[in-house]
Design a protein around this ligand. Structure first.
Ligand code: HEM
Length: 494
């Protein structure tokens, strides 16, 4: 005991010295870049679908603001502020940015250009998986002509390829696409626990490497995306830019100089977007368009592996003599909806509400939640998308994967991915004014990749392992399978 008491001060002194050294290194790295942690306001979780509908739809005027800094750390601190569509306050800037995306890029008439991009991406995905089968066939617990693979990486590359070309147009080369994908993936899956780092100085001292990585985020993104924006500008000058891309729309966009100015007002002063603002919007487009769709397709495949009967029925629909495009196949739609119901890739839908006590007094909101003390700060509402879509009052056997519920005559036949004003039974794309503008594109993408993967391969459990592990984990804003799906695939065609 005595010995321990002698060693303890020395150990403490060494710890303090190490921490100080780490702090110095971290501060030197952060020079001129004061990264600020963001306090989390009082939070109320909402799990009841009817309460969610009342708030988001009936009281939309109060429930239309997302958190201005959705991340526990303000990556803009020390730099000019940038806004994504998601983080912009409900107001003129948000309206212009959102309208530009929905009308300029995601409008159904524009999505007609998607088919050749998807065909290209699907072909390279199928070729990648065929190579994996050829390389590993007959080993790792698989039978002849089969291979056990983890599909996530190849799928990610394929989905990203489509979204990157929508974003930058045809001019972007394979090498640039790979660099962008690496940078983005590193951000979402770095394993850096920003929430923990935001809690205390000590956490940041102890994990200074992670902190340094976070500090570098803005710079890393700029390094990859600013040259790509410049290249697109150049291509437009030479009139060789081809199909209009998201970056084209951002280069042409004029936003209100002041966020209080209504965009419809002709006297409003407008300005072009700065490069750092475009980087933020591009990052949002690529991240939202890839991470969510990959998560949805992977969850869907996991269920098809666990439910061979559903897979068989889906394959029959896909390979039937039916000349309809995969977009119009009812069972494929039902399978994707059921997957989104059980595993919404964005599990927490957020609204920041100011002046809640007055709102609660004037509305029915107070009945649904326990109110925090009325100190005038914003209150964060977290709508739990998974619980809302598994409500036993709304669904039979809500925990079961049963796509038939979405077919004609089923209990979910009228349910669409984005809820209307009357009822919420699931909300994988959110609801109300801030609902996801990419829902249409997301469903088309998910259908396209699931259809191709089931048409080309049979998906089964590896002979060596147990069942499918449905454990999930949070990757920043998204919920993904904790372990990448490993399945045995057999090409259906020789
Ligand atoms: C399966 C795929 C997707 C899922 C599950 C998903 C889900 C969501 C959710 C839950 C929200 C918040 C909605 C709310 O607060 O009510 C959201 C917002 C958003 N999503 Fe998606 N999303 C997907 C794909 C996409 C795609 C493909 C894009 C565009 C390329 C996109 C762009 C956005 C944007 C810009 C917002 C912010 C909207 C605003 O604040 O007004 N998402 N998404």
């Amino acid at each position: 005991m005595e010995e321990m008491m002698q060693v303890l001060p020395v150990a403490l002194a060494v710890f303090v010295l190490l921490a100080a050294a780490a702090s110095l290194r971290s501060r030197r790295h952060c020079a001129g870049n004061t990264l600020r942690t963001v306090p989390v306001p009082a939070t109320i979780e909402v799990r009841d679908p009817e309460a969610a509908r009342r708030m988001i739809i009936d009281h939309a005027d109060c429930f239309s603001d997302h958190p201005a800094v959705p991340f526990p750390v303000d990556l803009d601190a020390g730099h000019p502020k940038t806004s994504s569509i998601n983080s912009a306050p409900y107001g003129p800037l948000w309206r212009v940015l959102r309208c530009n995306l929905t009308a300029g890029v995601l409008h159904p008439s524009r999505l007609a250009h998607l088919a050749p991009l998807q065909r290209d991406a699907v072909e390279s995905l199928v070729a990648d998986l065929m190579l994996a089968v050829a390389a590993r066939g007959g080993r790792a617990g698989a039978g002849d002509g089969a291979a056990v693979i983890a599909v996530r990486d190849a799928l990610y590359a394929a989905v990203f390829k489509v979204v990157a070309r929508m974003c930058f147009g045809d001019g972007v080369g394979e090498r640039d696409v790979r660099a962008m994908q690496r940078t983005l993936r590193e951000f979402f899956h770095s394993g850096v626990d920003a929430r923990h780092l935001a809690t205390s100085r000590l956490a940041r001292l102890l994990h200074w490497r992670q902190w340094r990585h976070l500090v570098g985020t803005r710079g890393r993104l700029a390094k990859v995306f600013v040259p790509a924006i410049a290249a697109r500008r150049q291509l437009r000058r030479s009139n060789a830019s081809g199909v209009r891309s998201y970056v084209d729309s951002l280069l042409d966009l004029r936003v209100p100089d002041n966020d209080d100015d209504e965009p419809s007002n002709d006297t409003v002063r407008r300005r072009a977007l700065r490069d750092d603002e475009m980087v933020r919007l591009i990052w949002e487009f690529l991240g939202a368009g890839t991470e969510t769709v990959v998560a949805c397709v992977e969850w869907t495949l996991a269920h098809l592996v666990a439910h061979p009967g559903v897979q068989k029925k889906l394959h029959r629909e896909l390979s039937g003599g039916d000349q309809r495009s995969f977009q119009d196949l009812p069972y494929l739609r039902a399978v994707i909806l059921e997957s989104l119901r059980l595993h919404p890739p964005v599990p927490f839908i957020l609204r920041d509400v100011v002046g809640l006590p007055e709102i609660a007094a004037a509305t029915e909101v107070g009945r649904a939640v326990t109110l925090p003390p009325p100190d005038g700060t914003p209150v964060r509402f977290v709508f739990m998308a998974e619980d809302i879509a598994r409500d036993p009052k709304a669904w039979t056997d809500p925990e079961e994967f049963w796509p038939e519920r979405f077919l004609d005559g089923g209990e979910g036949e009228d349910v669409s991915p984005t809820p209307g004003p009357k009822e919420i039974r699931m909300m994988p794309f959110g609801a109300g004014r801030r609902h996801c503008p990419g829902a249409g594109l997301a469903v088309i993408q998910a259908k396209c990749f699931v259809a191709a993967l089931v048409r080309e391969f049979e998906w089964t459990l590896p002979a060596t392992g147990g069942g499918v592990d449905h454990t999930s984990t949070n990757a920043l804003f998204f919920k993904v399978m904790a372990l990448p799906l490993r399945a045995c695939i057999v090409p259906r065609r020789s």
